[in-house]
Design a protein around this ligand. Structure first.
Ligand SMILES: O=C(CO)COP(=O)(O)O
Length: 253
């Protein structure tokens, strides 16, 4: 297994209120103790209004991320938040390119690339999401779609040490239909090979590629034991105590 630190993100999406968030923070704080967080990067992404609250309440090594940001620092962009604001809140991570941003809100590869570059320039690390839809997989376009989404940031001055790639097949998100370990490993292997060809061997070997899409406490160990799966981006199960088991999928803590 390559020497890439396991990474587990919890994407809460548009879920939670103070009461339920208190419950989530309680199981993260008790489950993700020092010995565990020493071995795994744990990053949770609450809805924007709760970011500060969550950051104040988390007292283990878990970090807090924003779920999105725009491509400029400030200005007349109602409803948006900037990477500079995320930095000002003391955070270091943002999720960009999530399939819900791409397919519900119509974000293009170009916009996501612009946002990624700006976030990196502002000092924010990026969980860069890609993934094919069911009809694209069925049409034999899995490789093509994922490569196209990823190469939107090639050729730019990307600091790859600050990017985590999240492969999230759209058909597996929130459906209970997880990619099999073989299906996920196949795409992760392609992505690593693509990085090797188009960026560098060093970037291919060191960049973490995590899997998202109906990850559960039950399926995380087998998925996490695949050679090119370096962690998870978890939706539904990150709102439940199962998240702690997922954090521990590959560590011995
Ligand atoms: O979209 C996801 C994480 O970003 C995955 O969501 P689920 O784990 O609910 O399928």
């Amino acid at each position: 297994m390559a020497d890439r630190r396991f990474f587990v993100g919890g994407n809460w999406k548009m879920n939670g209120d103070f009461k339920s968030i208190d419950g989530i923070i309680a199981f993260i704080n008790s489950g993700c103790d020092g010995s565990c967080c020493d071995k795994v990067d744990v990053v949770v992404a609450p809805p924007a209004p709760y970011i500060t609250y969550v950051k104040e309440k988390i007292n283990c090594g878990a970090q807090v991320a924003a779920q999105n940001c725009y491509k400029v620092a400030k200005g007349a962009f109602t409803g948006e938040i900037s990477p500079e604001m995320i930095k000002d809140l003391g955070l270091n991570w943002v999720i960009l390119g999530h399939s819900e941003r791409r397919h519900v809100f119509g974000e293009t590869d170009q916009l996501i690339a612009d946002k990624t570059m700006h976030a990196l320039e502002a000092g924010i690390n990026v969980i860069f999401c890609i993934g094919e839809k069911l009809e694209e997989r069925e049409a034999g376009k899995t490789k093509e779609v994922n490569f196209r989404q990823l190469e939107a940031i090639f050729g730019k001055n990307v600091d790859w040490s600050r990017i985590v790639i999240a492969y999230e097949p759209v058909w597996a998100i929130g459906t209970g239909v997880t990619a099999s370990p073989e299906q996920a490993q196949e795409v992760h292997g392609w992505l690593r090979e693509f990085l090797k060809e188009k960026v560098s061997e060093q970037v291919a070997a060191s960049t973490r590629i995590i899997y998202g899409g109906s990850v559960t406490a039950e399926n995380c160990r087998e998925l996490g034991s695949q050679s090119d799966i370096d962690g998870f981006l978890v939706g539904g199960a990150s709102l439940k105590p199962d998240f702690v088991q997922i954090i521990k999928a590959r560590s011995c803590c």
